[in-house]
Design a protein around this ligand. Structure first.
Ligand code: S3P
Length: 449
């Protein structure tokens, strides 16, 4: 079943260099997690869901394409406005072709869950990065619900999944803190009769739960232990379409935000950034580092708290980031490590095991990004330790390993380091942040081939 890895041949190198303070206002694109969920859940309703502010990045567009292959009707009306005609819970048709998720772990894992609850067979595939990422952790609970993995080498893509004919509800306590894993089980459990319960030791982003409630499902979440949650979903709901407004992605906002903090004299306002407390670990950490980030005009948009963030360039100090904070800032560690390079003193980021299975081995790639630019960085077990000295030499060529967040983090470093920083390939930035280069340049950054 295993075929040659799809290769990415057209690389686009890019270099960032220091160019005076960053100034102005900008709005980063819509949240990736919410965008992917809006399309999938919209496709599981009966009727028409309108979405505004959808992220039109490649990860989301690939997920849209797979939903079309399964019988959903998805139309782009323009500028982030989309219309989704759903097929109802368990209503997917068997696809004629394999489902190709490109670089998107979230799209693939959530759709494994959605397909697991339907009596169809589908083959899942992705690019060379996605083909290295573990799927067994998702397949195991889906098999408990009644799905069958027909073929998969070592729990990796490409894999073929036969959805459950008679899905059964389950009680599941994931071993890893992963919103993708939780969401896959919830999506599969939609077609099971009775209650499915998920017990999370550490609470992870709750966008699936909130959106299911928004579409009329009976779902409740109670605190569990010190920082966990017990989530109970009543199966076989009729999901009723409801409009979705996608707020700006805090994980994308992290890049211009940290660039503005690091470039002296900068003042930038980032508009409408989602402030869901399960996504704001970076802001908590930056506050401890002494950063100047103000939350202005705090308001509610589409069921989420959002704020305009005013960021000013300022000196930072090293801190210790506890492992318990990791789920609320899991995607922000590479760019936090860049900020830590420019801080005074040591920053210790604890409990980063999950970074090893992202779009790349992000723990290794982040340490390498720092070292090639003259910053002392060490991996100790699952911890990353950065020796900040208030500046970074720069001058390195960073290997991005098909990972959008490594690419953007390296470019942020180059905007503040003594010498320019180059990356081997900017192409994957478009998976989550189309328009990144234009947005950064509009604030005064110098990014060029
Ligand atoms: C996501 C969950 C996180 C995160 C990813 C998006 C989601 O992954 O890294 O970018 O939308 O559920 P894990 O659930 O594997 O931690």
């Amino acid at each position: 079943m295993r075929t040659a890895l799809p290769t990415h041949t057209q690389t686009s190198p890019l270099t960032a260099r220091r160019n005076g303070p960053l100034k102005g206002r900008a709005r980063v694109p819509g949240d990736k997690s919410i965008s992917i969920r809006a399309l999938i859940l919209g496709a599981l309703t009966v009727g028409e869901t309108r979405i505004s502010g959808l992220l039109e990045g490649e990860d989301v567009l690939n997920t849209a394409q797979t939903l079309r292959a399964l019988g959903g009707r998805l139309e782009r009306l323009g500028g982030g406005a989309w219309r989704v005609h759903g097929v109802g819970v368990a209503g997917f048709a068997e696809p004629a072709e394999k489902l190709d998720f490109g670089n998107s772990g979230t799209g693939c894992r959530l759709m494994l869950g959605a397909v697991a609850g339907c009596p169809i067979t589908a083959t899942f595939d992705g690019d060379a990065s996605l083909r290295k990422r573990p799927m067994r952790r998702i397949l195991e609970p889906l098999e408990h619900i009644g799905a069958r993995t027909l073929s998969s080498a070592d729990g990796l893509l490409p894999l073929t999944l036969a959805g459950a004919r008679d899905p059964i509800p389950t009680v599941f306590a994931p071993k890893v803190a992963s919103a993708q894993l939780k969401s896959a089980v919830l999506l599969a459990a939609l077609s099971a009769p009775g209650e499915t319960t998920i017990v999370e030791r550490e609470a992870t982003r709750d966008h699936t739960e909130k959106m299911l409630a928004h579409f009329g499902a009976q779902i409740r979440a109670e605190p569990e232990g010190a920082s966990g949650r017990r989530i109970t979903l009543v199966g076989q709901p009729e999901l009723v379409p409801a409009p979705i407004v996608v707020p700006a992605d805090p994980s994308s906002a992290a890049f211009p935000l940290i660039a503005a903090l690091l470039v002296p004299g900068s003042e930038v306002i980032l508009e409408g950034v989602m402030m869901n407390p399960l996504r704001t670990g970076l802001l908590a950490t930056l506050a401890e580092m002494g950063a100047s980030v103000e939350r202005l005009n705090v308001r509610n948009e589409g069921g989420e708290e959002v704020a305009d963030l005013r960021v000013r360039g300022c000196p930072l100090r090293g801190v210790e980031v506890p492992a318990a904070r990791a789920p609320s800032m899991i995607d922000e560690y590479p760019v936090l490590a860049v900020a830590a390079s420019f801080a005074e003193g040591t920053t210790i980021m604890r409990g980063l095991k999950e970074l090893r299975v992202k779009e790349s081995d992000r723990l290794a790639a982040t340490a390498a990004l720092l070292r090639v630019n003259g910053v002392e960085a060490e991996i100790d077990g699952d911890d990353l330790i950065v020796q900040g000295s208030g500046r970074a030499a720069g001058g390195g060529l960073v290997t991005t390993h098909m990972d959008h967040r490594i690419a953007m983090s390296a470019l942020v470093m180059g905007l503040a380091s003594d010498k320019p920083v180059a990356i081997d390939d900017a192409a994957f930035i478009a998976t989550s942040f189309p328009g990144f280069v234009e947005l950064m340049c509009s604030l005064g950054a110098e990014l060029a081939e």
